[in-house]
Design a binder for this molecule. Structure first.
Ligand SMILES: C[S@@+](CC[C@H](N)C(=O)[O-])C[C@H]1O[C@@H](n2cnc3c(N)ncnc32)[C@H](O)[C@@H]1O
Ligand code: SF4
Length: 392
């Protein structure tokens, strides 16, 4: 039997939002005027640019992220999807996701997105509590969130929504109740993020305090348990799904597979088979929307930086991403992606110590974090990677 081709994704970044949320450090901007024709042409030009070198690949997922891509005109989404389908082969079950906000202007675009070919919607609900939504500076209230979920379920075959927990003053009991209520509305997938206070955001300037680490750890464990019992186990630190309903596009990142990243600030990974392992390059597009657009118009590409990843760098990112997954870093995939074995890429003593502390499990499938390891994943990774050998 021939092995299935590795997954290959295309990410499209739409950098505009109706308003800027005080916790958000994504590359998202409020713009007074958007030249829609120019933006559409720029995305199509950038798709052509990357198709030249990757058109032999089969696209397994396309993801419109942001910003708020549900505010992208459906004509633009349609043109992008048609271009992808005409320049690349696409998988029979091609997953096409769009992120959306639950405000009324977004809800009005759902039909257009579905007609364009979007078959999975990821809604940024954040909370069903109006006080919490106000605190989070969201442009929608809980009734709009409900309306958006109801409408999305009627239109899209697959939906997910995002929630944020660990808000100042939120108790374990209050979060447990909120989560159980949210579950009655959830479908096959839900993303649940603990609030982080990122430099450069309004929350950071206002010195909003994140949940203290002990409470944060309690909330994290409780979230996992409630969702697991409801049939939505965590397949990644913040992402829960029924079996088979995982977001295939995000799995591309966490499994270290290739993807093309298009739009302001988008990054990508493009590998090429070489003699004894895989050469892989990172790509990074200009971050400021105006700079990206101007660059595409001038040169046909918004690429800012492109460079080959060294083997140690590659090993590090495969662990940084892979250990977030319940399945961990696969031994077979790691060998294909780097040309070396998992164990040879690490310091044996450090690995054994982390296994001995019950933070990691290593078997023939690969290496994965235990429940205890996930709770202190940053420290586990720091120990594992700082001791790892330099690879050539
Ligand atoms: C690109 S945003 C989602 C798209 C959409 N613009 C929205 O806000 O609904 C991805 C998700 O990351 C989460 N997120 C963003 N910043 C966060 C932060 N500082 N702490 C926790 N979660 C955050 C939110 O749940 C958000 O829905
Ligand atoms: S709508 Fe989403 S992307 Fe835009 S500012 Fe808010 S959280 Fe960030």
């Amino acid at each position: 039997m021939t092995k299935p081709e590795p997954a290959f994704g295309i990410y499209i970044h739409w950098p505009f939002c109706q308003s800027k949320c005080p916790y958000c450090d994504f590359n998202s901007h409020v713009a007074e005027h958007i030249d829609q024709v120019a933006w559409r042409s720029a995305y199509l030009a950038e798709l052509d640019h990357y198709a030249k070198e990757t058109s032999a690949r089969t696209v397994t997922s396309l993801f419109f992220g942001g910003g708020t891509p549900s505010l992208m005109p459906s004509k633009t989404a349609t043109a992008i999807i048609e271009t992808v389908r005409s320049r690349w082969k696409t998988a029979e079950n091609l997953e096409i996701t769009a992120e959306a906000n639950p405000s009324s202007s977004d809800i009005a675009t759902f039909e257009g997105l579905a007609e364009a070919g979007v078959n999975r919607l990821s809604l940024g609900v954040q909370s069903f509590d109006d006080g919490a939504l106000k605190f989070l500076g969201r442009a929608h209230d809980s009734s709009q969130a409900l309306a958006a979920i109801t409408k999305a379920k009627q239109i899209f075959p697959r939906i997910s929504f995002d929630l944020i927990y660990g808000l100042p003053g939120q108790s374990e009991a209050a979060w447990a109740d909120a989560l159980k209520d949210a579950l009655s509305l959830a479908g096959e997938h839900i993303s649940v993020y603990q609030l982080t206070i990122e430099p450069g955001t309004d929350f950071h300037r206002q010195r909003v305090a994140p949940a203290d680490p002990e409470l944060g750890a309690g909330l994290f464990e409780m979230t996992r348990e409630i969702l697991q019992n409801a049939g939505l186990p965590a397949y990644e630190i913040s992402n829960h799904a029924q079996k088979g309903a995982e977001c295939r596009h995000n799995l591309v990142y966490w499994r270290g597979e290739d993807y093309v990243g298009i739009g302001p600030g988008a990054h990508g990974r493009i590998s090429r088979p070489s003699k004894d392992n895989y050469d892989i390059e990172m790509t990074l597009a200009w971050r400021a929307p105006g700079a990206w657009l101007g660059q595409v118009q001038k040169s046909g590409s918004g690429l800012h930086k492109r460079q080959k990843l060294g083997l140690s760098e590659r090993r590090d990112e495969l662990f940084l991403m892979g250990l977030r997954l319940a399945e961990g870093v696969s031994a077979e995939r790691f060998q294909r992606q780097t040309g070396i074995s998992l164990e040879d890429s690490l310091n044996e003593g450090a690995l054994e110590a982390l296994i001995g502390e019950n933070y990691l499990i290593c078997d023939t499938d690969g290496i994965r974090a235990t429940e205890a390891g996930l709770l202190r994943l940053d420290a586990v990774l720091a120990h594992l990677l700082s001791s790892a050998p330099e690879l050539q």
